[in-house]
Ligand binder design. Structure first.
Ligand SMILES: Nc1ncnc2c1ncn2[C@@H]1O[C@H](COP(=O)(O)OP(=O)(O)OP(=O)(O)O)[C@@H](O)[C@H]1O
Ligand SMILES: [Mg+2]
Length: 379
């Protein structure tokens, strides 16, 4: 499989799962996990696979966690290319999985960066002599609309892929055929609410075991990105601190105002500063543009620093091997990656705190509540 297979020591697993060593040992025993052994001097020491770590992470599920009544929907979007939407979607999916949530990532960009980051080859076609499990067969389009000549849509179970095995995050992959979703939605009544309604309608069936749906969007403004915004409880906007993103931020703020004026539910926005570099003279200007566009309503998450260690989405096009693809979050906690791990984790904790504050506290636990008025009242 094109995903790199690492071996992890017990000392790696402890910070990954964010629990004590004693707890990890207990979980390993409870789950009946048997490690491989590798030579270490005159003896051997145990090493674990990512799949085994993900099995442990899954056993953390719901332990002291908020149980949402339906999946929490997080959209990652800003109408600006190359700001880190797919990179952050990929890392947050991995980190939230390590925290014990059942995460389903949806690649809603027909350019399919997130799909590539997960080891898939959306541009390859089937070759009869060469079976390839990393081809993309279906996208979200097939869950929303029947294929030509068919009467029914595909169940999610036939669409999702599990790049890291049974216990890892699920991915609804994308390829260029997803481009048709825009045409379909354009002639759809209630098109802005279509994805939101679809998620509600499937909350007790296809999506029953999902805690968090994380949607990576294309940079363009379209009926698809609008449907994704309206479907979302939280909208994460990566803000690239080393580029001038002033216009795209105010454009997005206007878009949200427009949706809200049309009585459509709008998500709680959270800004995620990305490409942070100390002493960057542009950062202050970008942050004040953010404030000007969104006022004080938008919490600003801890930043993610600039780092060459994030997998590049189009790696296989630039001569790298797909074996290198693994989110930083799923790499061992070596000293070299400690900062990146901490930053991703801090953003995820910040975001989940906001989700809990916004939707889980108080008398109306918002998550099943579609009325924009009561949604706002819980904020
Ligand atoms: N914090 C970071 N430090 C360094 N490089 C980063 C960081 N975040 C993202 N990148 C890199 O920037 C490039 C663009 O990132 P990414 O594809 O995630 O952006 P995007 O917003 O999804 O782009 P698009 O609009 O094309 O979908 C990638 O090569 C990625 O590896
Ligand atoms: Mg992208």
């Amino acid at each position: 499989m094109p995903i790199k297979t690492n071996k992890y020591r017990l000392a790696d697993i402890v910070p990954m799962l964010d629990v004590s060593e004693a707890t990890v040992r207990r979980m390993i025993e409870e789950q009946g996990i048997v490690p491989d052994r590798v030579p270490a001097g005159s003896t051997t020491r145990p090493v674990y696979s990512l799949e085994q770590i993900l099995q442990l992470a899954k056993s953390k599920r719901h332990r002291g966690k908020v149980k949402f009544k339906r999946p929490l929907v997080i959209a990652v979007y800003v109408p600006k290319g190359g700001v880190g939407k797919s990179t952050l979607s990929n890392e947050f999916t991995a980190e939230l999985t390590l925290q014990g949530y059942n995460v389903m990532a949806i690649d809603l960009d027909d350019q399919a960066s997130l799909t590539v980051m997960n080891g898939f080859q959306p541009d390859e076609v089937a070759d009869a002599g060469k079976p390839n499990q990393w081809l993309v067969k279906h996208t979200l389009l097939n869950a929303l609309y029947p294929a030509n000549g068919e009467k029914t849509t595909l169940p999610l179970s036939e669409i999702i892929v599990k790049p890291y095995g049974e216990h890892g995050p699920k991915l609804v992959p994308a390829d260029i055929t997803l481009g048709e979703l825009g045409y379909r939605l354009a002639i759809q009544p209630n098109r802005e609410q279509f994805l939101r309604n679809w998620i509600s309608a499937h909350a007790d069936s296809d999506l029953k075991d999902i805690d968090i749906i994380l949607i990576d969007n294309a940079p363009s403004t379209s009926v698809v990105s609008r449907a994704s915004i309206v479907a979302a409880d939280l909208l994460l906007i990566p803000v690239r601190l080393d580029a001038l993103t002033v216009k795209s931020l105010s454009f997005l703020a206007n878009e949200l105002t427009g949706l809200s004026e049309s009585q459509l539910p709008i998500p709680q926005v959270v800004a995620v500063p990305n490409f942070f570099k100390a002493n960057n003279s542009r950062s202050a200007r970008v942050m004040s543009a953010l404030q000007r566009s969104f006022g004080d309503d938008v919490p600003i998450a801890p930043h993610v620093g600039e780092s060459e260690r994030f997998p590049r989405s189009l790696m296989h096009d630039i001569g790298h091997e797909l074996e290198e693809v693994l989110p930083v979050t799923f790499e061992g906690w070596t000293r070299a990656l400690e900062r990146q791990h901490e930053e991703i984790r801090n953003v995820c904790k910040f975001v989940m705190n906001i989700a809990e504050e916004t939707f889980a506290r108080g008398e109306t636990p918002g998550l099943f509540d579609d009325a924009p008025e009561s949604r706002r009242a819980t904020n």
